[in-house]
Every structure is written in structure tokens, then in C-alpha cells.
Write a protein that binds this ligand. Structure first.
Ligand code: GUN
Length: 296
């Protein structure tokens, strides 16, 4: 079997286009322009690239982008004061604090100081609790992107066996909650799981979010299963730096029914879902109906 390739780049472009259409409508009908504030502390090169891409995409869909670049030595009190101002600013509908933060800052404290209604990352403890109890929340962007692609491919996910490999707060745990919300039978596996390959082979939907390059090979995949690769790992091959996922693409694609590539799979969906979340937060803040198809 040769797997269908799930094109995340094209899917993300369609999500951005849909968000753009709703943003234009918001302006025309309500005079509202959604605003996203991104806070970057320090000069981590990967974070700088992400923040640049977020800024460009935000502008592209017609939203306002507010960038706050702070010195690596910024105190916790100063960062909390900035977040306090953004929480109160009516022009700001979404707030994202780029992670990781420098070591002297308490990430949990900082994230939990964001107004949950503006927490477009879905990392605030209130949003985590709302998602875990099946209530309306802001949903973390990467798992939301994976869910959109899975719904698009399968239609209904009801009754399917889903295995999520990885238990991070950003991907693994919220992904499992979302799949449970769509009535999958969900297993969360991780580095200590016994006979991981056998556990994975029971999956109709296999989500790999372990952060280990090409760990999930074809013998972990049930014939015809859908494989979602969340990994983005930089490895050196033949003297060149290459991006690979957590899935060994060639061997998995030979067995799977559908698979996301790296790059061009889950990656582009994350920023598209950040824009979708900012639109959702704006609609909720203004008592307007939320657009369909852009939330969990
Ligand atoms: N750093 C890497 N990915 C993310 C993300 O999705 N959100 C935030 N805030 N920081 C990140």
C-alpha cells in the first residue's frame, strides 16, 4: 500500500483563507480588527524565526500584529506587568508568550497570568481544565491542526482506535483529550511504554509527538492506518542539515493508508490554527457567533 499524503501546507493555506474571509466580514459588518500580541523574551534563534512567521501570517489575514521583544534579562515583574497591560487592552484579542522562556522566569506563573479568554495557545490552566472536562475552551494550536486534518480525512472519528505517542502538555495530552472528545478510544503511549510497536500497531490513528527523529518505523504501523507526524527534528545527513519527523517516512508510508510529511504536514497548521484561535477569541469577546470549522 502506498499512503495518501495529507498536504498540511495546502490545508493550512485554506484555513488561513477562511480566517481571512471572516476577518474581512468582521471589519465590514462590525468595524472590528482582531489583534494578536506576541511576546518574545531573549534572542533564541528558532523562536525569532517562529515570531517572524507569526507576524507575517497575522498581517496576511488582515489582523493587527503587536510584537513585544524583551531583553533576555527582563525581570518576571516587568513581564507580568506587560501581560497585565495586554490583558486590559481592548485592541488585543489574543496573547502568545513564546516558549521556552529564559531560565530565571517561571513559565507556569507567566502563562497563568494571561487572561484565559485571550490565551490563544490554550496553555492557561483554566483552558486545560475546560478542555479536559469537554467544555468550550481555547485549544492548543498544534493538536487542533492535527484534529482538523483527521476530521477532513476521515469524516467521523467515532470508535476509531487512536494512539498518541508523547505526553507533553503542549501536544500529547491535549491531542488525547481532543480525540476522546471525537469519541476515539485513546491510548497515550510514551518512552516507558512496554512493547511500544505492538501498542502502535493497534492504532487506526497514530499521532507521533515524541521528539525523537524517525523513531516510528513501518513496523509500528497497522496497514491502512492514518499517521500524523508532529515531530520536527534537525539531523545531519551526508554533511547537510535535514528536517525529519518522529516517523520514518519511507517505511511508514509503505504501510499506512494516509500520512503527513515533514516538512509540509503538521507544521504549517500550527500558525493557521493560531490565527483561527485569535479569530475565535475575538468573536467570543464581542458576543458574536464563532465561525464553524475553525474550533474543536
Ligand atoms: N514554542 C514552540 N512552539 C510554541 C507554541 O506553540 N506556543 C508558544 N507559546 N511557544 C512555542
Amino acid at each position: 500500500m502506498t499512503a495518501k499524503v495529507i498536504d498540511g501546507k495546502a490545508f493550512a493555506a485554506s484555513v488561513r483563507a477562511l480566517v481571512g474571509t471572516h476577518v474581512a466580514q468582521l471589519l465590514a459588518q462590525n468595524g472590528i480588527v482582531p489583534g494578536l500580541a506576541v511576546v518574545l523574551v531573549g534572542e533564541d534563534p528558532a523562536s525569532q524565526v517562529y515570531v517572524r512567521n507569526k507576524h507575517a501570517s497575522t498581517i496576511e489575514v488582515g489582523m493587527n500584529s503587536y510584537e513585544h521583544r524583551l531583553d533576555a534579562g527582563t525581570s518576571e515583574a516587568d513581564l507580568l506587568a506587560l501581560i497585565g497591560r495586554l490583558n486590559k487592552d481592548p485592541k488585543v484579542n489574543g496573547i502568545l508568550v513564546q516558549l521556552p522562556l529564559p531560565g530565571h522566569l517561571n513559565s507556569d506563573l507567566v502563562i497563568n497570568s494571561i487572561d484565559p479568554a485571550k490565551d490563544v495557545d490554550g496553555f492557561h490552566i483554566s483552558n486545560v481544565g475546560l478542555l479536559g472536562t469537554g467544555q468550550k475552551s481555547m485549544v492548543p494550536c498544534t493538536p487542533l491542526g492535527c484534529l482538523m486534518m483527521l476530521r477532513d480525512h476521515h469524516g467521523s472519528l467515532s470508535g476509531l482506535n487512536a494512539v498518541v505517542v508523547g505526553r507533553s502538555n503542549i501536544v500529547g495530552k491535549p491531542m488525547a483529550q481532543l480525540l476522546l472528545g471525537d469519541s476515539c478510544t485513546v491510548t497515550i503511549a510514551h518512552s516507558r511504554t512496554k512493547d511500544l510497536a505492538a501498542v502502535c500497531r493497534a492504532a487506526d490513528i497514530l499521532v507521533a509527538a515524541v521528539g525523537r527523529p524517525e523513531m516510528i518505523t513501518g513496523d509500528y504501523v497497522k496497514p491502512g492506518a492514518t499517521v500524523i507526524d508532529v515531530g520536527i527534528n534537525r539531523v545531519e545527513r551526508d554533511g547537510k542539515v535535514k528536517l525529519v519527523g518522529d516517523v520514518h517516512y519511507a517505511s511508514a508510508a509503505a504501510v499506512a493508508g494516509a500520512i503527513t510529511p515533514v516538512p509540509g504536514g503538521v507544521g504549517p497548521m500550527t500558525i493557521a490554527c493560531l490565527l483561527a484561535n485569535t479569530l475565535t477569541a475575538t468573536c467570543r469577546a464581542n458576543g458574536l457567533q464563532e465561525p464553524k470549522g475553525l474550533t474543536a
